[in-house]
Every structure is written in structure tokens, then in C-alpha cells.
Design a protein around this ligand. Structure first.
Ligand code: SF4
Length: 373
């Protein structure tokens, strides 16, 4: 009788999310182990993480919450032996300096830096390199106070983005497996280039509900997978394996730019692609206009109908509604863009601060270049 093949794939949050994005990308990265080409975000991000961890570790070794004077020497050690583009090195140094200036290492309740958790097939903690390890995770900074845990995940990119709910639950689930006494988990995403942190609280007793089932479902799906077909998705444009992707065979190679000249070439290709995209959109529009919606590449293309009022006389509308006994205030929104000038006045800004929550965000911008003088 033929023996049933047992699959020894190991899992982590990154692996699960890569597979969900694209099975082929998962296979190239984790099974075939095709080295990803050097790219600025990967290398700079990795070094910033290494530097932050080395700094925190040295603070722990010396029982000090900060080590401003030794910070540069710690970073030099991290750089030792690595050959890196000078512009990338400058970027790492700037982000690291920001990290050092803005962070104190919380020695009182610190549980670990780069804290690893690994579970076997029975979902019991096991050594990181154990033969039957099934799921692994690494936490940048873990603090524990009785039954309360705080996880900090350092984000080294320029974009401030919101957390993936599943990722937060996987972290909380991992901590609960490691430390069963934990009842609440606070998860902070720390955007170190912006001195900006987000916080979410997960009740490890109540909120984890179906998380384990979902993790095991996704792990099982990967364990059983054999084909690893490419799946076009919203992250294809950042995929480091696009040159090996059968779906993109006809698109010219666009490796990550290493200097401004290459970045300009990409910008030109980007504009040309936008024009092409507009053209393709026109054709798709014409098709769905007569034949109805279609689904492709993880998206739905169709026509939606919307109605709206324009040129609303807002003051008169408020008066008329009030006269009809309607409290319209809960439905009104302040257009912060138009009201910006109003809050240039310091006193009014103080009032605004009392009545609103300030949020910081970043986005990639594309605007018209200024004309040459
Ligand atoms: S380019 Fe897209 S479809 Fe192709 S391997 Fe990468 S993620 Fe998958």
C-alpha cells in the first residue's frame, strides 16, 4: 500500500499572508527559496529592525532605559560586514537616530526583545529549531505585567498604515499560547520614522474566538497545496518575483530603483502605464456597459449608480430642518480642508484640540511638477 505523504511545512503570519496573496509567490519564497533581489525597502527595513533590537538589547544588558552616547557605536556593529549602498545607509542611520531619541526601553516590565514563540503540531510551545515545529512568530518588543501583555511591532517604512486585524489576532494568539495567564493583550504599531504609535486591545479570553480555527484552516490549505498557481492581486506591483511570473511575461522588467536615474525611468513607465490603464479602463467600461459585471484578478468590474445633491444651501437647510423639529447636528460633518484657515488662529486651534482627536498619516503623492524658471 502506498504510504500517505506527510507535509512538513512550517507556518508563520508572514507565510500565511503571502500564500493568501499569491500561492506562486509563497512557493518561490518559502519552498524554492529563490533569493529576493536586493531592494531598498527590504534591506533598509531589515537593518532598522536589527539596529533597534541591538540598541534595546544593549540597554537591557546595562540596565539603562537609554544609551544616547553609545548609540552610534551600537549601529556601527550592526553594519559590520554588510555592504550597503551609501544612500540606504544614510536612511538607516536617520531612522535609527529618530528611534533612539524617541524611545526609552521599558525595563520594568520588559519580557523580551525579538521575542520568539514556536509551537508544535499540537500547538504546544516547543524549541525554535524543534523538528516538529509548526508555527513560529517573532515579536519586536514584549512587555508583561501580571495578566497584561503589550506587544510592540516596529514599522520602519515611510507610510503610516492601519493594522491587519488578522495579524493582531495571530500575535495575541501566540502570546496566549506562550503565556496562558495573559488575559489582555495590547498591540502597538510603532511607526518609528514618525514618532507615531497605534494601539489595539485584544481580550485574550473572549476576542480570540475563531482565531485558532482560522489559523489552522489556512495552515491546512498550504499543507495540502500542490499547484501553487500565480494569483494576480493588489500587491503584484511590489512583487520581487515578478520577473518569474507567467502572468506578467509581457510586462517589461522593472526592478527596484537604486538611484534617481532609475527612479525617473520608473516614473516615466508609471505615467505610460497610467495612460495604458485609462485606455484599458475605457474598453472594460464599454464591455460591462453592455454585458454586465465581470470578476477577474481578484477584483469586480461593473457599473454602480449613485445620486447626490449639489449646491446645498447649508445655513437655510439647518433652519428649515430645525423648524420641522429635526436635530440635524448629528448628521453634519466639518470639512477640515476648508476649515483649515479657521484653525490657524491659536485660540481656535486650542478649542479644536479639546474637541477632536489628531491623527497623522502619510500617502504617496503625484502632483504636477513646477514649471522651470
Ligand atoms: S507578480 Fe503577482 S501573480 Fe505574479 S508571482 Fe508576484 S504576486 Fe504572484
Amino acid at each position: 500500500m502506498e504510504k500517505k505523504k506527510t507535509n512538513k511545512r512550517q507556518h508563520s503570519y508572514s507565510r500565511l499572508s503571502t500564500f493568501a496573496e499569491c500561492p506562486l509567490k509563497y512557493k518561490l519564497r518559502y519552498i524554492d527559496k529563490v533569493p529576493a533581489p536586493r531592494s531598498r525597502p527590504l534591506e533598509v527595513g531589515g537593518l532598522i529592525h536589527d539596529a533597534a533590537a541591538a540598541y534595546a538589547q544593549e540597554c537591557i544588558n546595562q540596565s539603562k532605559t537609554h544609551l544616547y552616547d553609545e548609540a552610534d557605536a551600537i549601529l556601527d556593529k550592526v553594519f559590520e560586514g554588510s555592504v550597503i549602498h551609501p544612500a540606504w545607509e544614510k536612511d538607516v542611520r536617520a531612522a535609527y537616530r529618530q528611534f533612539v531619541q524617541q524611545h526609552e526601553i521599558p525595563l520594568d516590565d520588559l519580557y523580551g526583545v525579538e521575542e520568539k514563540f514556536s509551537l508544535n503540531r499540537n500547538l504546544k510551545p516547543c524549541p525554535w529549531m524543534a523538528k516538529d515545529v509548526y508555527f513560529r512568530g517573532v515579536i519586536d518588543l514584549l512587555q508583561v505585567r501580571g495578566d497584561y501583555a503589550k506587544i510592540t511591532d516596529y514599522k520602519s517604512g515611510y507610510m503610516i498604515s492601519s493594522a491587519d486585524e488578522f495579524q493582531l489576532r495571530v500575535y495575541a494568539w501566540g502570546i496566549k499560547k506562550l503565556l496562558p495567564q495573559i488575559k489582555q493583550v495590547e498591540i502597538s504599531l510603532d511607526f518609528i520614522r514618525h514618532d507615531w504609535q497605534t494601539h489595539s486591545i485584544i481580550d485574550a479570553e473572549k476576542d480570540l474566538g475563531d482565531t485558532e480555527k482560522e489559523i489552522l484552516r489556512r495552515c491546512g490549505q498550504i499543507d495540502r497545496e500542490e499547484k501553487f498557481e500565480p494569483k494576480m492581486n493588489e500587491y503584484c506591483e511590489y512583487c520581487t518575483y515578478h520577473t518569474q511570473c507567467p502572468l506578467l511575461e509581457n510586462i517589461p522588467d522593472m526592478k527596484n530603483p537604486e538611484n534617481e536615474q532609475q527612479a525617473r525611468k520608473i516614473a516615466e513607465a508609471y505615467v505610460a502605464t497610467s495612460l495604458k490603464r485609462k485606455d484599458l479602463q475605457k474598453k472594460l467600461k464599454a464591455y460591462v456597459d453592455t454585458a454586465g459585471p465581470i470578476q477577474a484578478a481578484g477584483k469586480q468590474f461593473g457599473v454602480s449608480v449613485s445620486e447626490r445633491y449639489t449646491n446645498v444651501n447649508v445655513p437655510q437647510l439647518i433652519l428649515d430642518m430645525t423648524e420641522h423639529g429635526v436635530d440635524i447636528l448629528p448628521y453634519l460633518k466639518l470639512d477640515m480642508r476648508s476649515a483649515k484657515k479657521l484653525f490657524e488662529d491659536e485660540e481656535l486651534e486650542k478649542i479644536l484640540n479639546l474637541n477632536a482627536e489628531k491623527k497623522k498619516s502619510t500617502r504617496f503623492r503625484e502632483t504636477k511638477a513646477p514649471k522651470d524658471e
